[in-house]
Ligand binder design. Structure first.
Ligand code: NAD
Length: 457
């Protein structure tokens, strides 16, 4: 039985049957059988169903936001923001899918009787194993373009966002996506492990590096298309010419929004020594102002952690940093209240001997390190196996772009952070993953090319 826990109250709010190997067999068979007819529909038909889904999500946004908050613990205002963002992302796919998926004639030589065309065919059945932290965003980055491209989808929501996954399925089906074209598979890691070893057209995973590594090993022999969107240890450098308070407020939001549980959360900050003390003061003041509380209260900015187990990780990072000379300016402990609450925590005097600057924290904690200038900052930013995002706060754009050209990351931010755009590819490097979603390339990712060589007899 899958027990759905409310992380703010620690109550079990639902119990659901997990999938079994036999039920996964059946779901895979149904998804395979349904896929051809779905792919044979003109793209306008598939677009109409997704447009209807978008409208339903907008119409039911409040109830959907409350469901997500109840099982993920995400502050309600942030759940609402995610649903607003989902409509915006869906619009991108609706606007571009038809043109991206269209066949291309790349040679037309009537004198030789020769034509060459490229067709973008679906992969077949796509397995989507998803994370809980932005269940609408990370799920829809995969299932929307996958469906538009003519695939059927076996969607395993995270065990911490199962009710949200079921709500997504309900609205997709009500919007006209056939039940066998989008099928949920419920359960935890063992169910995911069973699912990804199946012979399918593509395996698309969002989650941690440690799980991604296991999935890569299991899925590879099937020669399925494999995409992995994994964790990060995303750095920000704050240079010496900035408006210190504005930079402190923006980076604090980047570090603590969603209670620090974003793949692109700011995870470590390097500050030019000239402004270090002023920056720390403004940063700590900002963090002290964050409202911690019941995630259903719209004033709440910091909610509980979704997973209880992460509290021990954060405690270990604090103890390790303290032992190595770090100073905890605010927070540092779990909170003595019901729910998986951890105080928003700022550690200064941090360095790369400390876990807080090396290992993904995925919680409301940040390390700040003073640096002598741009060169040292760039070296430290790249001192990681991860490569998801990196940001620079500087007035001088040329200086910032020079640094950002050198960062080993899939997204580069100038005077912004913790930001995703549907128009741009979302792609990790190194331990942050392979392949990309979003943008036009994130539609083509769910297709395989067929090369047509056509010669008139
Ligand atoms: P996780 O790796 O623990 O779980 C992710 C999913 O994998 C869940 O559905 C889980 O049930 C399933 N799973 C677990 N073990 C499995 C196995 N052996 N085989 C197949 N599936 C298995 O990650 P999480 O806690 O859900 O998410 C947090 C992580 O995800 C963080 O590292 C975060 O940075 C990352 N993330 C990355 C992105 C991105 O876009 N790059 C987005 C969101 C989250």
């Amino acid at each position: 039985m899958l027990k759905i826990e409310n992380p703010a109250t620690e109550e079990i709010i639902r119990e659901l049957e997990e999938d079994t190997p036999a039920s996964i067999d059946d779901k895979l068979r149904r998804a395979k059988a349904a896929q051809h007819e779905w792919a044979a529909r003109p793209v306008e038909g598939r677009l109409a169903a997704i447009r209807h889904f978008r409208d339903r999500v907008v119409q039911h946004a409040e109830e959907l936001a409350r469901t997500t908050t109840s099982e993920v613990g995400k502050p309600i205002s942030q759940s609402r923001n995610e649903l607003r963002g989902l409509a915006f992302r869906t619009d991108f796919f609706l606007e571009h899918a038809a043109a991206v998926l269209q066949e291309e004639r790349v040679l037309w030589a009537p004198d030789q009787g020769l034509e060459e065309r490229i067709a973008h065919e679906p992969l077949g059945v796509v397995v989507n194993v998803s994370a809980w932290n932005y269940p609408y965003f990370v799920g829809s980055n995969v299932f929307l373009p996958a469906l538009l491209a003519g695939n059927s989808v076996l969607y395993k929501p995270s065990e911490h966002a199962t009710l949200t996954g079921l709500a997504i399925a309900e609205h997709l089906h009500a919007a006209g996506i056939p039940e066998d074209v989008f099928i949920t598979v419920l359960g935890g890691g063992a169910v995911g492990a069973d699912l990804v070893k199946r012979p399918v057209g593509g395996v698309f995973f969002t989650g941690s590096y440690s799980t991604g590594k296991k999935i890569a090993a299991v899925a590879a022999p099937n020669m399925a298309k494999l995409q992995l969107e994994l964790g990060g240890k995303d750095p920000v450098y704050v240079g010496d010419d900035v408006d210190v308070r504005a930079a402190a407020e923006a980076t604090a939001d980047g570090a603590f929004y969603n209670t620090g549980q974003s793949c692109c959360s700011v995870e470590r900050i390097y500050v030019h020594e000239k402004i270090h003390d002023a920056f720390v003061q403004a940063f700590v003041e900002t963090v002290k102002g964050f409202v911690i509380g019941d995630p259903m209260d719209e004033k709440t900015y910091i909610g509980p952690l979704t997973r209880k187990a992460q509290i021990a990780v954060l405690e270990d990072q604090v103890a390790d940093a303290r032992a190595k000379g770090g100073q905890v300016m605010v927070g540092g402990s779990r909170m003595s209240r019901k729910g998986h609450y951890f105080e928003p925590t700022v550690i200064v005097g941090a360095n790369h001997d400390m876990k807080v600057m090396i290992d993904e924290s995925f919680g409301p904690i940040i390390g700040i390190q003073s640096v002598s200038g741009d060169h040292q900052a760039l070296g430290l930013m790249n001192d990681t196996e991860y490569g998801l995002t990196a940001g620079v706060y500087l007035k001088d754009r040329r200086r910032a772009e020079h640094i950002l050209r050198g960062v080993h990351a899939g997204s580069a931010y100038w005077n912004c952070c913790d930001r995703v755009s549907p128009r741009l590819p979302w792609a990790g490097r190194g331990h942050s993953g392979v392949g990309s979603t979003l943008s036009k390339s994130g539609i083509l990712a769910f297709t395989q090319p067929k090369a047509w060589h056509l010669r008139k007899a």
